[in-house]
Ligand binder design. Structure first.
Ligand code: SF4
Length: 396
């Protein structure tokens, strides 16, 4: 096995990671990336000699849930991830340094690796009143994120707050919370929404970059298709109960105890794209629906404003004539029609609850629309889910 000085593999070996564990990690990454098994070898070969990418982790308006997710990484462990796989040179929440020492570490990384370091941004960026609602070392988050990201090779927005604004951007959005894509231009951005992001997806994105020298294909919201290319509903372990018309009617009823479908309890799985059912959480032991709670749609644009009330089911639409009680028993066309109907309702609700700030306030911070990459042909679109794309500034 090569022992390239400074390589990722060298660092892992020094940490006592065995060849078997390393190959298991490569296998898990190939599976997460939805690659055929033969890519395990290619990933292993690439990682054996890959340089450890320097990384700066910025945290702004959020609950630190994505850092919590990072700290619970199991493949690799947090020690591997923080100390070996990535060279995390700056992370306000978990780094030992503080104050001027911490700021010096960030500046040194930016200077030494100009154009080659990665940035992870956690949390939204407030822009109201000059951005004063989130300041670090006397500077606004808006000022800092633009400066740090300008010298990065790529930016990963971790979690829904960084990706779409999240809870801080929920109406009436008093701080003017914005996403990374809203305020950072000219740098590749990968969005990993969810509340919080699943660290398996972060690791897989970086593994893809180190293996292929490119970022994974994304949808129109810059979400990697390997993680956000299919509906939760389509991979859900309770789907057979949905198709059979077996629904939980109230918490702790017989259907709930039997693991029936949570559609009537407000599950947003039919409108949500994420690999939650596949990757799961806590070393793949469970996930929200597996634990008996409906999906709340946390990885979709407008989460909070468009996905609440969480415990009201996606509504029927007058005229469609397919009440959910009769869905199942093989009514494929009926299910499709119902999803289309949900899309109409979603659009109506999104219109009723504007997700973004008035145009005058947007112009005050000179934020233009991000350029969205086209979705590859044949891949699912968000329109398939009935979810509403975020309203562009200036549209009513
Ligand atoms: S409605 Fe929710 S619980 Fe039911 S099958 Fe779909 S995703 Fe699963």
């Amino acid at each position: 096995m090569p022992r390239e000085p400074g390589s990722l593999m060298n660092a892992l070996l020094d940490r006592g990671v065995t060849r078997r564990d390393f190959l298991k990690f490569c296998s898990a990454m190939a599976a997460t990336l939805a690659l055929p098994p033969r890519y395990e070898i290619r990933i292993a070969q690439a990682l054996e000699t890959a340089a450890r990418p320097p990384l700066i982790w910025l945290e702004y308006q959020d609950c630190a849930g994505n850092t919590e997710s990072l700290l619970r990484a199991s493949k690799p462990t947090v020690a591997d991830l923080v100390l070996d796989v990535l060279s995390v040179d700056y992370h306000e929440t978990i780094m030992a340094a503080a104050g001027h020492q911490a700021e010096a570490a960030r500046e040194a990384t930016m200077k030494a690796h100009q154009g080659n370091y990665l940035v992870v941004v956690e949390g939204s960026i407030p822009v109201n009143d000059g951005g004063i609602y989130c300041c670090i070392a006397g500077r606004t988050a808006l000022d800092l994120v633009r400066e740090v990201c300008a010298g990065a090779s790529a930016v990963i927005a971790a979690g829904t707050c960084a990706t779409f604004g999240g809870l801080p951007a929920a109406s009436p959005n008093p701080t003017g919370a914005r996403s990374v894509s809203d305020v950072v231009k000219g740098v590749p951005i990968i969005n990993l929404p969810a509340c919080p992001m699943n660290v398996e997806n972060l690791t897989a994105v970086i593994t893809h970059y180190l293996t292929f020298g490119s970022w994974p294909a994304t949808d129109q919201f810059k979400r990697p298709l390997f993680a956000y290319g299919s509906r939760i509903h389509d991979d859900c372990e309770r789907r057979a109960h949905f198709d059979a018309g077996q629904f939980v009617e109230e918490w702790s009823d017989d259907g709930h105890r039997k693991g029936w479908c949570l559609y009537k309890m407000g599950c947003k799985g039919p409108q949500t794209f994420h690999n939650c059912p596949i990757v799961r959480w806590n070393e793949q032991t469970s996930w929200p629906i597996g634990a008996g709670h409906g999906c709340v749609g946390c990885s979709e644009p407008g989460f909070w404003d468009t996905m609440t009330p969480f415990y009201e089911r996606l509504p029927d639409v007058p005229g469609v004539g397919i009440p959910v009680q009769t869905v199942g028993v093989g009514v494929v066309a009926g299910v499709s029609a119902m999803f289309a109907a949900h899309g109409v309702l979603s659009a109506i609700r999104a219109k009723a609850q504007p997700l973004h700030r008035p145009q005058a306030e947007v112009e005050a911070v000179d934020i233009s629309e991000p350029q969205e990459p086209p979705r590859p042909t044949g891949q699912p679109t968000v329109a398939d889910t009935g979810a509403e794309a975020p309203e562009k500034e200036g549209e009513s």
